[in-house]
Ligand binder design. Sequence first.
Ligand code: GKR
Ligand code: MG
Length: 427
Amino acid sequence: MKITDMHVTPIAITDPPLLNASGLHAPYALRTIIELVTDDNIYGLGEVPGSVATTASLEAAREVVVGQDPFQLNAIQAGLMERFGAGNEARGESPWDRRRIVHVFSAIEVACFDIMGKATNRPVCDLLGGRVREQVDFSAYLFYKYEGAGGKLAFSTDPQATGWAAARQKAALDPAGVVAQAQAMCKEFGFKSIKLKGGVFPPDEEVAAILALRDAFGPGTPLRHDPNAIWKVETAIDAGRHMKGVLEYYEDPVRGQENMAKVREALNIPMATNMCTTSFEDIPGSVRTNSEDIILSDHHFWGGLRASVELARICRTFGRGLSMHSNSHVGISLAAMAHLAAATPNLTYACDTHYPWQSEEVIAGGRTQFADGALTVTNEPGLGIELDRAMLATLHEQYKLCGLTERNDEIEMQKVQPGWKFQATRW
Ligand code: GKR
Ligand code: MG
């Protein structure tokens, strides 16, 4: 079998004004969709965070990928490394990972897995070792937000933001708003774990929101708080003391493995990360410093599904728990995340997903439905999804019209608060 074609399509999806440590989400989130086509006329799909640079790298990868056998992932990876170098890029200081090459390999690898599944009539989770669970649990991902649901163009596929009504429209800026958002989201999707994206307001206000969630949902509800590394060590320790016994895990309160280790040592609360241990090169430092208890895996920036399986083994070896990280995304990523989680025995925490915040979809049949806070992983071949080509074209058009070239939450924040500046350490 040979890959005969590769289509790379940047898209823009409506995204609400969500706040985080580096500013504000733009009215559209960018994703890049890839489709590999084989000489047997099988197609495979992949999705990664979008930017002009990522799209250009994927375009440049075409000459490496076309002509290859999709089962020969080692050869494809070697070809990409020869083309792009080993990829010594830095993840950057933002909450999201800015490396390109790991994302490029992830998109291509997921599309190859989709093809392999379709060719062998097996779901992707079977190719990753087989499912260990039928249902994959996801958590409610709360955000402080401004009013509205994003998407500001006259042309928009979803001008009324028809997703889950109540919480999309309302501003949530205080503990009562956060609780209302959580109640609406858990009611709509059935989520049982709750994560609050922090790093937005002074720490005592965010601690108050966590305590309000505990009061509203009861002490047994797993709660997570994630300030995306902008707190000082002393601040994180002080805030952590107030949330001790309340948090399921404390996610990236401070920047870097050494600082995470200091907070962990002082508090004895499970610490989680998608910021300080994010690549295999970071594992020795993680083991040396004991920077975290739980790693949030993410196949988009760990370099694909096989790399994520490898990460899971490393976590088992070194006594790390595993959860899963997300960014604004559509159903191709969601399907890949669900297959991976279904086939990862030690991924025991409910996974993150931004999916409830978006309303558009590129997969046939429309939005994927959660039942009781979980997804049932399909037995259909490959990822178990088909492409809605008309929606892909529409969302590509939306990408061209929206004029965004990369995610930049600082610029978006400055539109609301002129002069606002991202600070790597703020409180
Ligand atoms: O969507 O604003 C956001 C988040 O802050 C996201 O970019 C992070 O990467 O969800 C992420 C996290 O857990 O840090
Ligand atoms: Mg995080």
